[in-house]
Design a binder for this molecule. Structure first.
Ligand SMILES: NC(=O)c1ccc[n+]([C@@H]2O[C@H](COP(=O)([O-])OP(=O)(O)OC[C@H]3O[C@@H](n4cnc5c(N)ncnc54)[C@H](O)[C@@H]3O)[C@@H](O)[C@H]2O)c1
Ligand SMILES: O=c1ccn([C@@H]2O[C@H](COP(=O)(O)OP(=O)(O)O[C@H]3O[C@H](CO)[C@@H](O)[C@H](O)[C@H]3O)[C@@H](O)[C@H]2O)c(=O)[nH]1
Length: 438
């Protein structure tokens, strides 16, 4: 089928490439000319395992192309996906100006007699589909279209396998014609398809992300109790997670959740529930626990080093999770900036995220040194903090790390290392919620 995706960011680009991979013809539209130029020149603006090959292969096969023209995209496609940002406003509610603008732009180019399915793939508050349909109707009285909600569940760092092999595809639709076309789009993926009404599909996305965030805050709250009682949160999580009704996924205690989705989507769900007159207080506690988690961790560093001012601290990891270069709302960056604010001298290393952290002005390179390797980062350090659990950190030679450091003190914010091994190397090792991790 011929598909158009408006917005060539994480969701637009990866889903566009995956749709092309299964045989559809896809045009990705973006209004950022620099991004379009880069993509047309074969440069992939984000790091996502497997994406570069996928894009190049499908561009070469003429199944994937990039443009800045919404007219071109809508003219040449039966199904038009919207994948533009839905950032938070100051009060936590969702800024829908990008979505509204795209709805008007689509209305401006829809031609009489040419039916289109307009699909919202961005994460939006319940009832947004109705507003998108109203907007298109208001700006183009004769337009023939249906609006469908098709939330995206990909995780960064494993977006390609997540999209090629999804747990489920949710299609929120009030029109059989649109549902049938959407089933054709997803048929090659052979994934379970759940058809719902539009409002339910929109709600599924916010409810899913909020539930996963709740699971993380739950285990982080349990980690605090483990630390207070001498239990080990890893064993507790295993014991809880072996119950199939609970599951072990998303029970990893650490520095808390970050990224471009969970923090904003939990905030959005809190705001939506308030607007609807059914406040979701439980989610406010989820946020409170998440914020407290990083502060508790920094307290541990402070307890060990007494005063942070002028201390030499190495930080491994800047991205919000491994296998991505995304540093939006990264807890690792928040940690670095808090240490710097207390006067610590931070040297950081990240396999992929340092460049964007500087480019997006999330860290100040005059205040944070960026090291080219993990070993360079730890030279003369009085403490090492592991903030993001990149696999490469497990493979570093810890004998060399110990030799390089001024003081063999390690704070593992993601419980990546084995406490016994660290002790054997001679480190004083602190983790999150683990025996000996106080
Ligand atoms: N990043 C994720 O992992 C993820 C996963 C699932 C859902 N989502 C949701 O998907 C949506 C997009 O997120 P993202 O991370 O891909 O954002 P992003 O910022 O990476 O990409 C959005 C793109 O839209 C483009 N854009 C903005 N306005 C436009 C317009 N009028 N016309 C054409 N292009 C326009 C921007 O230039 C940008 O390239 C959000 O609602 C997000 O919550 C994101
Ligand atoms: O057990 C866990 C799992 C995750 N995290 C943290 O939670 C955040 C989010 O991680 P993850 O969910 O793996 O990454 P995202 O790419 O943000 O994906 C989430 O957000 C996307 C955007 O909405 C959704 O599509 C995905 O389904 C949803 O998992 C990161 O800071 C992780 O470090 C933990 O602290 N403990």
């Amino acid at each position: 089928m011929d598909l158009c995706i408006i917005g060539s960011g994480y969701v637009g680009l990866v889903s566009g490439a995956c749709f092309a991979e299964v045989g559809h013809h896809v045009v990705c539209v973006d209004n950022d000319q620099r991004k379009v130029d880069a993509l047309q020149a074969g440069k992939i603006p984000i790091y996502e395992p497997g994406l570069e090959d996928l894009v190049h292969r499908n561009v070469a096969a003429k199944r994937l192309r990039f443009t800045n023209s919404i007219q071109d995209g809508v003219d040449s496609s039966q199904v038009v996906f919207i994948a533009v940002p839905t950032p938070p406003q100051v009060d936590g509610s969702v800024d829908l100006t990008y979505i509204e603008r795209v709805a008007r732009e689509i209305a401006g180019v829809l031609k009489p007699g040419e039916y289109r399915v307009v699909v919202d793939k961005s994460t939006v508050p319940v009832k947004t589909g109705e507003k998108v349909a109203d907007t298109i109707r208001r700006y183009n009285k004769g337009a023939e279209f249906d609006v469908v909600s098709n939330p995206e569940f990909l995780r960064e760092g494993c977006a390609v396998p997540d999209l090629m092999n999804p747990d489920r595809v949710v299609i929120g639709s009030a029109s059989q014609k649109a549902t049938d076309l959407m089933k054709q789009v997803y048929e090659p993926f052979r994934a379970p398809i759940l058809v719902t009404d539009v409002n339910s599909a929109e709600l599924i996305k916010h409810a899913a992300n909020s539930f996963l965030s709740l699971k993380i805050s739950y285990i982080n709250a349990v980690a605090a109790i483990c630390e207070a009682s001498g239990a080990d949160v890893e064993m507790v999580a295993d014991g809880i997670g072996m119950d199939k009704r609970i599951g072990r996924n998303f029970l990893n205690a650490g520095l808390g959740y970050g990224g471009s989705c969970f923090p904003k989507d939990v905030k959005a769900f809190i705001a939506i529930s308030k607007q609807l007159g059914t406040p979701f207080k439980l989610l406010e506690e989820v946020e409170r626990i998440n914020a407290a988690q990083l502060n508790r961790f920094i307290d541990k560093v402070r307890n060990a080093l007494w005063v942070l001012k002028d201390k030499q601290i190495a930080v491994w990891g800047l991205t919000f999770k491994p296998d991505t270069d995304d540093v939006r709302n990264s807890v690792a960056i928040e940690l670095v900036n808090k240490l710097v604010a207390e006067g610590a001298h931070v040297t950081a290393y990240d396999p992929k995220g340092a460049e964007k952290a500087v480019e997006w002005k999330l860290i100040d390179p005059t205040k944070v040194k960026l090291a080219p390797t993990p070993l360079d980062a730890v030279k003369d350090a009085e403490a090492l903090i592991l903030a993001t659990e990149w696999k490469e950190f497990s493979n570093v030679d810890f004998a060399e790390v110990k030799q390089s450091m001024h003081t063999p003190l390690v704070f593992d914010g993601r419980n990546l290392f084995d406490p016994e091994t660290m002790a054997q190397f001679g480190f004083t090792y602190h983790a999150v919620g683990r025996a000996g991790g106080k």
